[in-house]
Design a protein around this ligand. Sequence first.
Ligand SMILES: NC(=O)c1ccc[n+]([C@@H]2O[C@H](COP(=O)([O-])OP(=O)(O)OC[C@H]3O[C@@H](n4cnc5c(N)ncnc54)[C@H](O)[C@@H]3O)[C@@H](O)[C@H]2O)c1
Ligand SMILES: [Zn+2]
Length: 370
Amino acid sequence: MRVVKVPLGNRSYSILIGPGLLSRLGAACQRLQLGTRCAIITDTNVGRRFAQPVFESLVKAGFAPSLIVVPAGETAKSLRTAQACYDQLAVHRLERKSFIVALGGGVVGDLAGFVAATYLRGIAFVQVPTTLLAQVDSSVGGKVGVNLKAGKNLVGAFYQPRLVLCDLDTLKTLPDREFRAGLAEVIKYGIIRDARLFARLERDLPKLLKREPKVLADVVARCCEIKATVVGKDETESGLRAILNFGHTIGHALEAISRYGKYLHGEAISIGQVAAAKLSTTLLDLSAGEVRRIITLFERAGLPTIVRLTPAQRARAFAAMRLDKKVRGGEIKFVLAKRIGRVEFGCKVPPKLIDQVLSDSAFCIPHTEF
Ligand SMILES: NC(=O)c1ccc[n+]([C@@H]2O[C@H](COP(=O)([O-])OP(=O)(O)OC[C@H]3O[C@@H](n4cnc5c(N)ncnc54)[C@H](O)[C@@H]3O)[C@@H](O)[C@H]2O)c1
Ligand SMILES: [Zn+2]
């Protein structure tokens, strides 16, 4: 088992990574000095597979868990579902010392974390992420929330879990498309912070796609380390944490204009990262060779890299970018790459260039250097 620490003073916590960890959840929770009562919040897909071992592990360690199952899918990340969870928590008489276990992907993690942050003005919660995206990204760092009709994640909080437990065995049942979508965030960590990770992904991608345990463990642990370091330095995104949004400005806009139907999050940010890399050649001198390496890695991971929007779609994408939470004073700011492993945030990009990159896949990469 690997252990990564998220350094946040008296709110610091550990991320445990390894195979066969679900059965050790109860023992790990014992060390946190939590109350006896707890609730496992999960979704229909995940609950069917993993609720039982989690439940049994908690009972064995002396806890009294109840089970709350929400529908699978993004629509469950709503105030309506949160309300249904609160009602269940009240029925099961959870108290201030009680805690919530979020068992599932990013949807369950964000929802259950939000419920924990608000029920009785905040009770403890533990993340047990079961998708690759949730293990390397959403379960770490304390962003919790739900969606509104007007947009994603518009209601929420910064609320850190007490523990994150990544059981790599749970990834065995994850559908291929979901696994590949998670790889988009994995590749992102290489681009923003770790050229060696990026090179390793280039080398070991076939093994990773086969979900080989050793490579998977190394890669998940490294991504968690990077996220933990960034969050430790800037928990509430007043600066550095913005680098985690590499590829997300355009990615979120694509998700919004396709009404969260066409692309999975990872697929949208794959296109967004390639677009940001292309913009970086013009604005920050990222070399054409490095852009090519970035495109090739996303392609090999089976992720989309190109989008060609019509003028009407581009107008809608711009409108969506302006609505993004990260926009300040109406200016759309980008994270751009200086080279693989190094990015800058808060970069202004002329709207004309954004427009071009959304309409033309051959945008401004000088072909001579390939
Ligand atoms: N809080 C953050 O910092 C943060 C960061 C990134 C993304 N997010 C959020 O995460 C959400 C996306 O998360 P996601 O990609 O994990 O999606 P998800 O939670 O919807 O899971 C994807 C699908 O896989 C199923 N599933 C989960 N684990 C499984 C397993 N082990 N085996 C089989 N099926 C399994 C789920 O039931 C679901 O149908 C979005 O709402 C996004 O906004 C949050
Ligand atoms: Zn993301």
